[in-house]
Write a protein that binds this ligand. Structure first.
Ligand code: BTN
Length: 328
């Protein structure tokens, strides 16, 4: 499926700008440069995404509520002029925003480009898993970064993304949000956000890093196979949450932490991460890697962002991959 036609974005922008009045169909059509029939068809597809648009016979269309859809015009209106989010590519449906972003990065997309979708048909998770990507309920976004850093810096970029997401989610919802290494967000012990970092690099230089961020926002229930381990912001806050507001906050926080990393280096991120996560120090965990499973206690982060652990048999290790599960 191609990215969203810029004229649909214009249509939404026009309706939002004139939210208090009924806008005649032909006027919309001439302003965005399509036929009235096409306007009607696009309005029908926006309705199927939950956008409430009133049709007044012989008069035109009027928005009932400001839509919570992640199109560039609604996001850009809330973002300042910073590199992250200056260029936003929107899809109503795509396979994986990470796959699209990696492709765009290979074609030369600029630093800060954001790919966002209302729905993914093949959302990718960490460790080869799938990411549940229900239509219009979650945020599925991939951000392209072009840092002039070595590939060794990639783990800290991953931690940085987790910190930014934590800050964005807690400020938009008021919920208490924990970070499980490396960057899962948990609310009341269940996962609400996952991050998959993918990159293209040479041995000594990162070409592009794609931060793929999935947030469960307005799901009213999780599928049975996930309900014991995952939840949504709506289910925890007991109210609907604006996806636009969460994504805008996320892009702003990413810009802030990215500048901090460039200015002050890894330590600025790892110290903040340690302060923000209950998993940093003294947490009893089960470590799951390709080599098997073992019980351990966490002892902080090293300068590269690896999680230091002490196994129950006394061995110490700095973990760079795999999975950490809390043991109660
Ligand atoms: C995890 O397993 O915790 C990471 C999940 C990452 C999901 C996001 S959704 C947007 C982006 N596109 C993808 O295909 N995956 C990431």
């Amino acid at each position: 499926m191609p990215s969203t036609d810029r004229r649909i974005d214009k249509l939404i922008h026009l309706l939002v700008k004139n939210a208090t009045v009924v806008v005649p169909g032909p006027k919309i059509a001439s302003e965005i440069g399509v036929t009235p029939k096409k306007v009607w068809r696009w309005i029908e597809s926006l309705r199927s995404l939950g956008v409430e648009i009133r049709g007044v016979p012989m008069e035109g269309y009027q928005l009932v509520t400001v839509p919570d859809i992640l199109v560039p015009s609604l996001l850009r209106a809330e973002l300042g002029d910073h590199p992250i989010g200056r260029n936003i590519v929107h899809y109503f449906r795509t396979d994986s925003t990470n796959a699209v972003a990696l492709q765009l990065a290979a074609e030369g997309a600029e630093h800060g480009t954001v790919v966002v979708a209302e729905e993914q048909t093949a959302g990718r998770g960490r460790l080869g898993r799938a990411w549940y990507s229900e239509k219009s309920s979650g945020i599925y976004a991939s951000i392209i970064l072009r840092p002039s850093l070595s590939p060794a810096a990639a783990p800290v970029l991953t931690l940085m993304a987790g910190l930014a997401a934590q800050k964005a989610v807690s400020s938009a919802t008021g919920l208490v949000v924990d970070i499980r290494w490396p960057n899962d967000l948990l609310v009341n012990g269940k996962k609400v956000c996952g991050i998959l970092t993918e990159m293209s690099a040479e041995l000594d230089r990162l070409h592009a890093v794609v931060l793929g961020i999935g947030i469960n926002v307005n799901h009213s229930l999780m599928p049975p196979e996930l309900e014991s381990i995952a939840t949504s912001l709506r289910m925890e806050a007991h109210r609907g949450i604006s996806r636009v507001q969460v994504l805008v906050a996320l892009l702003r926080e990413l810009e802030r932490y990215y500048q901090l990393l460039l200015k002050d280096g890894n330590r600025a991120i790892t110290e903040r991460w340690e302060a923000a996560s209950t998993f940093a120090h003294g947490k009893r965990v089960r470590i799951v890697t390709l080599a098997g499973e073992a019980l351990a206690t966490t002892t902080g982060l090293d300068a590269s962002g690896a999680l230091k652990i002490q196994y129950d048999d006394g061995r110490q290790e700095s973990l760079v991959g795999g999975e950490v599960v809390e043991v109660k």
